[in-house]
Write a protein that binds this ligand. Structure first.
Ligand code: ADP
Ligand code: 5GP
Length: 190
């Protein structure tokens, strides 16, 4: 029998490096698979529909909720984000490591819904100054969107200790190593 897989929820403030870190984790772990969320946000120039997100309009998103197609969904800085449930459950049943890139509440909700299958990892920046620098350097948000994100980030800071692991993304190699160690240790214990 194939051992059950694992849901690895990587969360953390916008710009902390979640996308950068999980791309490296997936490159290192052939059985890792990134869940592709639905979102009503517009694609950034580098993003590809069906790879980074499935970009949909609000009525399509609301229909997916009504049809029970989403494991969970949330509104973040004015846009809707949600995870199709069937591919995630199928992948876990097949023994895969499913990587979910989520905001705070979605991560905690998944842990509550699938407690035995979920490892929650909070990625934190070395400092707020460094986080703002990374967000500005990424250059994907205008001033208003950036201000909205910084507001969310400040309000959420005290809540990250509720995660199974808190890992600081300072040196990228060390951070990726710690995430891989946390996944390996959790799989060994199951
Ligand atoms: P998120 O997915 O959390 O919003 P990204 O992965 O898009 O964040 O990273 C935000 C920016 O920070 C990117 O420009 C990325 O190259 C940079 N970055 C990520 N990790 C590090 C790190 N350890 N040190 C310096 N810059 C980093
Ligand atoms: P971004 O617009 O930067 O791609 O994502 C905004 C926030 O939404 C990030 O914190 C990201 O992790 C989160 N997010 C993306 N997809 C989902 C999802 O399906 N569910 C939840 N709960 N959060 C998501």
């Amino acid at each position: 029998m194939t051992p059950r897989g694992l849901l690895v929820v990587i969360a953390g403030p916008s710009g902390v490096g979640k996308g950068t870190v999980h791309a490296r984790v997936r490159a290192a772990l052939p059985e890792a698979w990134l869940s592709v969320s639905l979102t009503t946000r517009s694609p950034r120039p580098s993003e590809v529909d069906g790879v980074d997100y499935r970009f949909v309009d609000r009525p399509t998103f609301e229909q997916a909720i009504a049809d029970g197609l989403l494991l969970e969904w949330t509104e973040y800085a004015g846009n809707l984000y949600g995870t199709p449930v069937t591919p995630v459950d199928d992948a876990v049943a097949e023994g895969k490591v499913v990587v979910l890139d989520f905001e705070l509440e979605g991560a905690l909700n998944v842990k509550e819904m699938r407690p035995d299958d979920t490892l929650t990892i909070a990625l934190l920046p070395p400092s707020m100054e460094e986080l703002q620098r990374r967000l500005r350097e990424r250059g994907t948000e205008g001033d208003d969107a950036l201000a909205a994100r910084l507001e969310v980030i400040a309000a959420q800071m005290p809540h990250w200790q509720r995660f199974d692991r808190v890992i600081v993304n300072d040196d990228l190699d060390r951070c990726v190593g710690e995430v891989l160690d946390a996944i390996a240790e959790t799989r060994r214990r199951r």
